[in-house]
Design a protein around this ligand. Structure first.
Ligand code: GTP
Length: 240
C-alpha cells in the first residue's frame, strides 16, 4: 500500500487525449502513457474506474456528424467510446493490470453490461473497471457519464486527465498569457463560463459535492502527486 489520499477514484480520459499529436484515432504512444498512469494508480492500491470519451474517433454533431440527427450522432459517439475502451483494456492487460469493461449499451459478445454492484465488486477485487458507451443515452456527454458513474460507485474524486496543466482563464493553447487557476468552486466555473465539462456534468458534481481535479496526463509524475494530495492542476470543489 502507499500514502494515497484516496481509496477509490474515477479517471476521465477524453478521446482527444488518446489521439495524441496525430489529432485522430488512437496514438499508440498516448495509449501507452495513459495505461502507465492507470497502472501507477492501481499499484498504489487505489481502486480505479475509468470513463473514456470517443471524440478521437467520432466528433458528433460539432464535427463528423454535421447535419445528422442528434440521437444517431450520439449513439455513434457512444460506439466510439467502446473502441477506445477495448484498446485500453488490451494494453492494460498486456501490462499485467486486471481489467473489466462494462458497457452501458448491451453488446455482451465483447463486454459485460453495466451492473453497478458488479462494478463495485470488481473494484474491491482490485480490477480496473472501464466504463464504455457513456450513460447509454443520447444528449449526455461522457463527462456526465463520468460524474454519474463516480457517484454510483462511491468514488471520492474525479480525475480529469487533459492535454494542459489545469483550468485556465483562456485557452492556453491559443494564448500564452493564459493564467491557471489552482482552485475553483463549481459555481465559479459556471459563472466564469469556463469550459471544463458541459454544464450538466458540472452541476451534477456541484449538487453531489463531488470534487474534480483537472491535470495534465502527459506529465509522468502528475498522477502520483494528485493521489498523494500534492497540488497539481486545478481542484474544483463545492466550496473553498
Ligand atoms: P468474479 O466472479 O467477481 O470473480 O468476477 P469475474 O468478472 O471474474 O467473473 P465472471 O465469471 O462474471 O467473468 C469472467 C470473465 O468473463 C471476465 O473477463 C468478464 O469480463 C467476462 N464476462 C462476464 N460477463 C460477460 C458478458 O456479459 N459478456 C462478455 N463479453 N464477457 C463477460
Amino acid at each position: 500500500m502507499s500514502d494515497a489520499k484516496y481509496r477509490r477514484v474515477l479517471l476521465k480520459v477524453s478521446g482527444e487525449v488518446l489521439a495524441g499529436d496525430q489529432g485522430y484515432g488512437i496514438d499508440p504512444k498516448m495509449l501507452d502513457t495513459i495505461a502507465e498512469e492507470i497502472k501507477e494508480i492501481a499499484s498504489m492500491g487505489v481502486e480505479t474506474a475509468v470513463v473514456i470519451g470517443g471524440g478521437n474517433i467520432f466528433r458528433g454533431i460539432a464535427g463528423s456528424a454535421a447535419g445528422m440527427e442528434r440521437t444517431s450522432a450520439d449513439y455513434m459517439g457512444m460506439l466510439a467510446t467502446v473502441l477506445n475502451a477495448l484498446a485500453l483494456q488490451n494494453i492494460l492487460e498486456k501490462k499485467g493490470v486486471f481489467t473489466r469493461v462494462q458497457s452501458a449499451i448491451e453488446m455482451k459478445e465483447l463486454a459485460e453490461g453495466y451492473i453497478r454492484r458488479k462494478a463495485i465488486r470488481h473494484l474491491e477485487k482490485k480490477r480496473v473497471v472501464i466504463f464504455a458507451a457513456g450513460t447509454g443515452n443520447p444528449y449526455f456527454s461522457t463527462d456526465t457519464a463520468a460524474v454519474l458513474r463516480a457517484m454510483e460507485i462511491g468514488a471520492e474524486v474525479i480525475l480529469k486527465g487533459t492535454k494542459v496543466d489545469g483550468v485556465f482563464d483562456r485557452d492556453p493553447m491559443k494564448d500564452p498569457a493564459a493564467r491557471k487557476f489552482s482552485e475553483l468552486t463549481f459555481f465559479e466555473v459556471i459563472e466564469k463560463g469556463l469550459k471544463i465539462m458541459d454544464s450538466t456534468a458540472v452541476t451534477l458534481c456541484m449538487d453531489n459535492n463531488l470534487p474534480l481535479i483537472v491535470f495534465n496526463v502527459k506529465e509522468k509524475e502528475n498522477i502520483r502527486k494528485v493521489l498523494t494530495g500534492e497540488r497539481v492542476g486545478t481542484i474544483i470543489r463545492k466550496s473553498r
